[in-house]
Design a protein around this ligand. Structure first.
Ligand SMILES: Nc1ncnc2c1ncn2[C@@H]1O[C@H](COP(=O)(O)OP(=O)(O)O)[C@@H](O)[C@H]1O
Ligand SMILES: [Mg+2]
Length: 388
């Protein structure tokens, strides 16, 4: 069964009208190739496709300018991270008068790609970050399944929880033993696995480089480079702190989340929903899962997302700064959300428009002016209503 990712197809079509080159970036297996096929299926006109992991396709591009210059319509270059030398060529092709072709490039590693791409192709390239399925795509009635299995299509769509778990274990192995070395990175798979597993235990907490460095017996810059590597491969996400002088000392390190709840559960060794529900990390997992869904929606609208925490105590899980508006979000796996002193302090100190408390219960209601309890299953509609 294929899920048609309509919102993403539309977004890509829009970007392709705007830019001669559009990059779809996301983790391995999130569905980049499938999405590009869905886009191509709905387009008129010629299309050429090159998979840069296929030696035959790479051979066709030994003389890239020659091979690409004559093409019309849409040209897809899949696994672009394998041939970063194509960027300067794309630049020349993008600058031709009346741009006879548009390029859609797909990649599963970001740091170098983004750097090279954005430097060489500045102004000519539009970026679209792709994650696995989100709540809106699978439907809120499948929230529990999406939470437990995570967003990677094969994991989410697997026939059973145990097949989903097996698939995720395989994903982790391949990622560590093949994908990372393919990027030219020389970190032993076991080291990176220990690091990733430790991050799973810190899911949703502040980045603590010195503690992780000590645990792995490496330097702080080294653990930091592991973090950058895993964020660059889209399996870990960070949330920046908001700082502003409000008369309190505020936290300045980022918060770190595993990007996918399914992979989080695998790394924590949780094989069934029952094991998850009995695990001490159940709250952190649910809260990170809901936060990630909200952040994804907001980032896709180019809204800036932060967390905020004062050393003296008050904090806010998510602060969204959008023009003159400032919205706060709290995430709590409870069915009886309450207004806490910390929320009240964040509301006043940060001069928020309001705070939404996303919770696991079934009712959405106003708790008092500017403070609303939002049932997890109403999040999608609530976000749409926020200046959509
Ligand atoms: N929209 C979708 N509906 C159903 N299955 C999907 C969807 N997107 C991806 N998949 C499945 O997930 C796997 C990975 O998808 P793929 O497009 O190859 O990912 P990527 O190119 O990002 O590595 C494939 O087996 C694919 O069939
Ligand atoms: Mg692919």
């Amino acid at each position: 069964m294929q899920i048609l990712r309509k919102a993403h197809v539309q977004q890509l079509s829009r970007l392709l009208r705007q830019y001669p080159i559009v990059a779809v970036l996301g983790a391995r297996q999130v569905g980049k190739t499938t999405l590009a096929r869905q886009l191509v299926a709905g387009r008129k006109g010629p299309c050429s496709w090159f998979d840069l992991e296929d030696p035959r396709d790479r051979a066709l591009l030994v003389e890239p300018t020659l091979a690409l210059a004559g093409l019309r319509g849409l040209v897809v270059l899949d696994e672009i991270q394998r041939s970063p030398d194509l960027f300067p060529v794309l630049r020349v092709l993008a600058d031709r008068p009346r741009t006879p072709a548009r390029f859609l490039i797909l990649g599963s590693a970001s740091p170098d790609l983004l750097r090279q791409g954005s430097e060489t192709l500045a102004g000519r390239i539009g970026f679209h970050e792709l994650g696995g399925f989100d709540l809106q795509e699978v439907g809120v009635e499948h929230l529990e399944r999406l939470w437990f299995r995570g967003s990677l299509p094969r994991s989410y769509l697997a026939r059973s929880h145990s097949q989903s778990s097996d698939w995720r274990h395989g994903f982790v192995r391949t990622f560590l033993e093949r994908d990372i070395p393919n990027l030219g990175v020389r970190i032993p798979a076991t080291t990176l696995e220990s690091f990733w597993t430790m991050l799973a235990h810190y899911h949703g907490q502040l980045w603590n480089g010195s503690e992780l460095a000590r645990a792995l017996a490496v330097s702080q810059p080294t653990v930091r480079s592991y973090l950058d590597l895993l964020s660059g491969a889209f399996v870990v996400t960070t949330l920046r702190p908001w700082f502003e002088n409000v008369g309190k000392r505020v936290v300045k390190s980022p918060k770190v989340y595993l990007a996918d709840s399914g992979l989080l559960h695998s790394l924590l060794g949780l094989e069934t929903p029952g094991e998850l529900l009995r695990h001490p990390k159940v709250g952190a997992s649910w809260e990170g899962f809901m936060l990630a869904d909200v952040v994804r929606t907001l980032r896709a609208r180019r809204e800036e997302c932060f967390f905020w925490a004062a050393h003296s105590g008050p904090e806010l899980d998510l602060l969204v700064v959008s023009g003159r508006h400032r919205l706060g979000f709290e995430f709590k796996r409870t069915d009886s959300p309450r207004i806490t002193p910390s929320m009240q302090a964040a509301y006043e100190l940060l001069r928020l428009d309001g705070i939404d408390v996303v919770h696991a219960g079934s009712r959405t209601f106003q708790m008092k002016p500017h403070m609303r309890a939002v049932a997890a299953r109403d999040v999608v509609t609530t976000l749409k209503a926020l200046r959509g």
